[in-house]
Design a protein around this ligand. Structure first.
Ligand code: ZN
Length: 476
């Protein structure tokens, strides 16, 4: 809510209230708090106000007003981003307006025959998944924050997650977008077409641009058949070299039915079973590395396919031990071991994070080289490597040495980054596989991005947002 005194102090507030209604312009510190800091509180900022439009027309009117008054705008979905892209007050501008899309939460249309669904940006990912399920189909994007992140945020950051191996990144799951541009024009292309070669594919400009080129208000997403059977195994093995060979074996035997191939080290599992309520190690002995493997099939016989992969993996000496989920509950227990990991790391102290990717074949080499390099940089630092081996994407987190002061450890963040990113760059990898650039990696980007690519990015930014009002200080 805004008060008369607020409005007198800042005429923009009454103009925003005229667009969205007074109760959707938040000005009080208590009302705004949830929009100004992300859950880990690594990033927090301040804003002139939070505005909560309920329609595309309202978003367009807000941007027209902001363009006219040179007011910077920070778009925000579920506020779960990990690189600070959704948090205001990170750049030089002190007068930003947070534009929350959470009121735009409708499924506009479900079209099972075209296998598409038209959804608004503020729907949570979980709500999109549930709407697809109601239509008898699957929307495969899946990640730990799915209960609170929004599809608009997923698309503007090109989110990844655990289903990329089988279905691709967020940008691969879209046929059309509706975007409000910096000057308030609406680029409406809610197309369901699989094939459309009428010039530049503009939607891909906005997906992954983190709200710096336009604000995604709706999307046509692709639906897929729901696998009839899912079969899940938790596997112990010696090293990432065996894990990579097992991935190749599984794909040669089961093809597109390989839906999940998640890797984690022994220390990752230790963290989860030590701090995670109701968790336990499903295997009798200890192993250096673990894989969560899942096959999903449309036809019966999935279990035999999984057993075949495991048997051949054993015969080839790739697998030390494995257990197959005998029930849905057990499957959920296996998934918990992977999904709880991100939030449970905090119990071991400070964590310096890297969201990196290398060519899939080079993941073992990356892990072989990064471990000793980190140990040389900071003896006693504890490696927490896990992630999506099938995508070449490892969350290479490093937990502080036991007994070290947490802040003193976190103060070495960028030095540690330089050690890990140096290896990633040498292996032709990326320093941001699925979390984006935001604020966290903005200063790193020019050190790794091709200079011509950066020039083209700046040219596009200038063309689409000449006043620089869209999410300033992020990405570029
Ligand atoms: Zn991930």
């Amino acid at each position: 809510m805004t008060t008369a005194a607020d409005v007198a102090a800042d005429p923009l507030l009454s103009r925003l209230a005229a667009i969205v209604g007074e109760r959707h312009v938040l000005r009080e510190a208590g009302d705004m708090a949830a929009y100004l800091a992300e859950p880990r509180d690594l990033f927090h900022g301040h804003a002139r106000c939070v505005v909560r439009p309920g329609s595309t027309a309202e978003v367009a009117a807000i941007l027209k007003l902001c363009a006219e008054t040179d007011t910077p705008v920070v778009p925000q979905g579920g506020n779960t981003g990990l690189v600070g892209g959704q948090i205001p007050g990170q750049g030089s501008r002190k007068d930003e307006v947070v534009l929350s899309l959470k009121r735009m939460d409708k499924v506009r249309e479900t079209d099972p025959a075209s296998m598409t669904m038209t959804v608004e940006a503020g729907l949570t990912l979980l709500a999109v998944q549930e709407a697809a399920e109601k239509a008898g189909a699957l929307f495969p994007l899946s990640l730990a924050a799915e209960g609170s992140c929004t599809i608009g945020g997923n698309l503007s950051t090109n989110a990844g997650g655990t289903a990329v191996l089988a279905y691709g990144n967020a940008r691969d799951l879209v046929t059309g977008l509706e975007v409000v541009l910096a000057d308030g024009r609406v680029l409406s292309n809610l197309s369901k077409l699989k094939k459309d070669n009428t010039g530049y594919d503009l939607k891909h400009l906005f997906m992954g641009s983190e709200g710096t080129l336009g604000i995604i208000t709706a999307a046509v997403v692709k639906l897929y058949p729901r696998p009839r059977e899912m079969h899940t195994a938790f596997i112990g093995l010696n090293s990432p070299h065996e894990a990579l060979k097992l991935l190749n074996l599984a794909q040669s035997l089961a093809g597109a039915d390989v839906k999940t191939f998640e890797l984690m080290s022994r220390f990752c599992l230790d963290i989860v079973v030590t701090h995670g309520e109701g968790t336990r190690d499903p295997l009798a002995g200890k192993h250096n590395w673990y894989v969560l493997l899942e096959l999903g099939s449309q036809i019966e016989g999935g279990e035999a396919a999984l057993m075949n992969v495991l048997e051949q993996g054993m015969e080839q000496g790739l697998i030390e031990d494995a257990v197959v989920a005998a029930s849905l509950d057990q499957r959920a227990d296996f998934w918990k071991l992977r999904e709880l990991l991100s939030e449970l790391q905090k119990f071991e102290g400070g964590s310096i994070k890297h969201d990196v990717s290398v060519p899939v074949a080079k993941v073992p080499q990356f892990l072989d080289e990064a471990g000793p390099a980190v140990e040389a940089f900071m003896p006693g630092a504890r490696l927490v490597p896990f992630g999506h081996l099938g995508d070449g994407n490892i969350h290479y987190n490093v937990t502080q040495p036991v007994g070290m002061d947490k802040q003193a450890y976190l103060d070495r963040w960028y030095e540690m980054n330089a050690v890990v990113h140096g290896i990633v760059t040498r292996l032709n990898g990326s320093i941001s596989a699925e979390h984006g650039i935001g604020t966290l990696k903005r200063d790193l980007l020019p050190t790794v991005k091709d200079p011509v690519a950066l020039e083209v990015m700046r040219t596009l930014k200038q063309a689409l947002d000449p006043k620089g009002i869209l999410n300033p200080g992020k990405v570029l």
